[in-house]
Design a protein around this ligand. Structure first.
Ligand code: GRG
Length: 326
């Protein structure tokens, strides 16, 4: 007879939380450094600096079953989602001409844009390969990851189409970030819930929590661009507007101050003027109020879940990390 956490002749299938997180990190590192020789130098460069692993932590946390076990499939999906996320960062850095990512030179800065684009494409194929080994194909199909990857791309395209659009509405902005950022968080929560064997009703709640947390994560990131230093953020700050990316703090300022909007539409405004307009209109305060609304919604849903207090506490921790309060 095979018990869940005992190693026997078969491969171990279930893990405790910390063990599962360690395995995801090893899985990602192994996929990057063990890539074919021709691309290894570039992907090894990426492996030298790690991200926060918040999407992987989301998959693993949600995947914990009632007995506290996490199936190997969650490790595989978490690794694949992190690689997919990395692919999007590599491409994003090409689009933004960014120099710094995770405290190190971006791939595009170190090796050039053409190499970076191909590496991003390769990372996408790597993520799909990692997903193909999942033992329960039904779980994998139910997740419909291609749909989430599509949302990510369309969100980014929508942002690009609206580059420098000073008339961008709050509604349009929400649509952009719900694709470019919240989609992958929702996919992570969804995958975890499916692997944990949650009912349909519970799975819907997990998806909603993932979506709210993704929105919070991006809104907080948008605040960081205005109020953090490069050292704190480990990436460029004060740069969204320079890239033509219009985010909520600035949308609020543009809506509140028509003279400033008029000036920005017809002349080149300086970073100081942007910061001043956001400060005067209370753009960051407004954005933090929106974050608080999503935070309360996510918290309400977490409370409703049919889970033990340990799992709920871990979900609250992810929520706090997304809002950058821990
Ligand atoms: C190649 C799949 C693929 C997509 C291309 C370029 C693009 C389409 C999408 C970009 C989406 C994007 C970069 C959204 C921003 C999301 C975001 C806030 C990323 C930063 O995430 P962190 O802080 O990064 O979790 P770390 O470094 O901690 O992993």
């Amino acid at each position: 007879m095979t018990s869940k956490n005992t190693m026997n002749m078969e491969k171990k299938e279930f893990f405790a939380y910390e063990e599962a997180i360690d395995l995801v990190k090893k899985e990602v590192e192994g996929a990057l450094t063990g890539s074919p020789a021709i691309i290894r130098e570039y992907l090894t460069h990426l492996s030298l600096s790690q991200g926060k692993f918040i999407r992987a932590v989301s998959v693993i946390t949600c995947a914990e079953d009632k007995e506290g076990n996490i199936h190997l499939n969650a490790v595989k999906i978490a690794g694949a989602i992190e690689i997919l996320h990395l692919a999007s960062l590599v491409h994003d850095d090409v689009m933004d001409n960014a120099d710094l990512r995770r405290g190190k030179a971006t791939l595009q800065k170190k090796y050039g844009k053409r190499t970076a684009v191909i590496c991003g494409d390769y990372l996408l194929s790597l993520a799909l390969k990692m997903l193909s080994v999942i033992s329960n194909k039904k779980d994998y199909l139910e997740l419909d990851l291609p749909d989430y990857i599509g949302k990510l791309c369309l969100g980014e395209l929508n942002q690009h189409i609206n580059n420098k659009n000073l008339n961008l509405s709050i509604f349009q902005y929400f649509k952009i970030i719900s694709g470019k950022t919240a989609a992958l968080f929702e996919a992570s929560f969804y995958a975890g819930a499916v692997i944990a064997g949650c009912s349909e009703g519970e799975t819907i709640k997990y998806r909603q929590i993932g979506n709210y947390i993704g929105m919070i994560f991006q809104l907080s990131d948008d605040c960081i661009d205005f109020d953090a230093t490069v050292e704190e953020a480990n990436k460029p700050v004060q740069s969204d507007y320079e890239q033509g990316v219009i985010t909520l703090p600035l949308i609020h300022a543009l809506q509140e101050n028509k003279d400033f909007k008029e000036k920005a539409a017809h002349t080149e405004v300086t970073r100081e003027e942007i910061n001043e307009a956001v400060r005067k209109s209370g753009g960051l305060k407004f954005t933090r109020l929106v974050i608080q609304k999503y935070y309360n919604k996510a918290m309400g849903r977490i409370r409703e879940l049919d889970d033990n207090s340990g799992k709920k506490a871990r979900l609250v921790n992810i929520l706090k990390k997304a809002a950058r309060v821990v």
